[in-house]
Design a protein around this ligand. Structure first.
Ligand SMILES: Nc1ncnc2c1ncn2[C@@H]1O[C@H](COP(=O)(O)OP(=O)(O)OP(=O)(O)O)[C@@H](O)[C@H]1O
Ligand SMILES: [Mg+2]
Length: 290
């Protein structure tokens, strides 16, 4: 669905994205992981038209979309979630949803003025649609709450909800789980899976929480230093030496290996089986490398 070819994005002399090539398959929930500063958000921003790339191409369904503006991509069904802007925090959750189609379409003041009657006519339909979205996300009880009063996780759900107000094909989510409690994170995860299965959304998800990535994403793409380092199933990725090295650094990796070897020797000398380790220990820090 999306093919990224040898993409580069420089800031000054610094290559934040340094020749990244990858594919996001239609119908997938593709994970994008990597240490802090790997270039993940920059890659998203280039794909979503926030930044023009220094070089390289982005292809969507065979069409070159490199350098298109966010609202043009929006019309093609390519959406990136954004935090709720300050000026919309005093509007209710429902109002935030209802305004998505107009606000994102790049509509001019002129069109908006002449379209007022039309918009009034559509308002009822929009309201019904917004209420459907809230129901889908299990936050109907928040419809009349001011967006500014929502918790971090509820705001993330609202951001996801905004993609449902239009005909989205592919949605890019940047750290949707950051600072969100487990319960809400599960709700967000469920919503992503249901949107994928029931409405055919393709997702590309940046997340540091490997548990979340592991449960949701296939395949997982790993970036480090602006490049794609590895791609595969979450399981395959977690066992990949280069990936572990990118997260932990060579020194730490050797230390881990030495400790594991020492422990194995200890177990041998006691005639016991080496333990499989802590269930929660996947080798990745929650926020990338220290
Ligand atoms: N607008 C900018 N101007 C200059 N440098 C930037 C800009 N945006 C990002 N960078 C730099 O590019 C590199 C990649 O940043 P990016 O935000 O893409 O990383 P990331 O993988 O999303 O990291 P994190 O996991 O911390 O969000 C970093 O070194 C960052 O400082
Ligand atoms: Mg980022």
């Amino acid at each position: 669905m999306i093919v990224v070819e040898d993409l580069q994005k420089q800031f000054g002399g610094f290559r934040a994205v340094d020749g990244a090539s990858l594919e996001i398959a239609k119908g997938s929930i593709t994970g994008l992981i990597g240490p802090n500063g790997a270039g993940k958000s920059t890659l998203f921003n280039v794909i979503a038209g926030v930044y023009a790339p220094t070089s390289g191409r982005v292809i969507m369904d065979g069409e070159d979309i490199t350098g298109l503006a966010p609202h043009e991509l929006f019309h093609k069904g390519l959406l990136r979630t954004f935090q709720i802007a300050h000026e919309f925090s005093s509007m209710t959750v429902r109002e935030n949803l209802m305004m998505v189609p107009a606000r994102q379409s790049g509509e001019t003041l002129w069109n908006a003025w002449f379209g007022r009657a039309r918009i009034r006519g559509e308002e009822k339909a929009l309201r019904a649609k917004a209420d459907d979205v809230l129901d889908f996300l299990t936050i109907s009880h928040l419809a009349d709450e001011k967006a500014g009063n929502l918790s971090g996780g509820q705001k993330k759900l609202l951001e996801l909800g905004r993609t449902m107000m239009v005909e989205a094909k592919i949605v890019f989510l940047d750290e949707v789980g950051a600072g969100v409690n487990r319960t809400l994170l599960n709700t967000i995860g469920d919503a992503i899976v249901r949107l994928n299965r029931e409405r055919g959304y393709t997702f590309c998800v940046i997340e540091h929480d490997m548990d979340f990535i592991g449960r949701l994403c296939d395949p997982v793409i790993v970036m480090a230093e602006g490049k794609v380092l590895a791609q595969g199933s979450a399981q395959h990725i977690m066992e990949n030496e280069a990936v572990i090295e990118a997260y932990l650094g060579r020194g730490l990796k050797n230390k881990v290996k030495a400790e594991a070897a020492a422990e194995a020797r200890l177990h041998e000398s006691h005639g016991a089986q080496p333990g499989l380790g802590d269930e929660s220990g996947n080798g990745f820090g929650a926020g990338g490398p220290a």
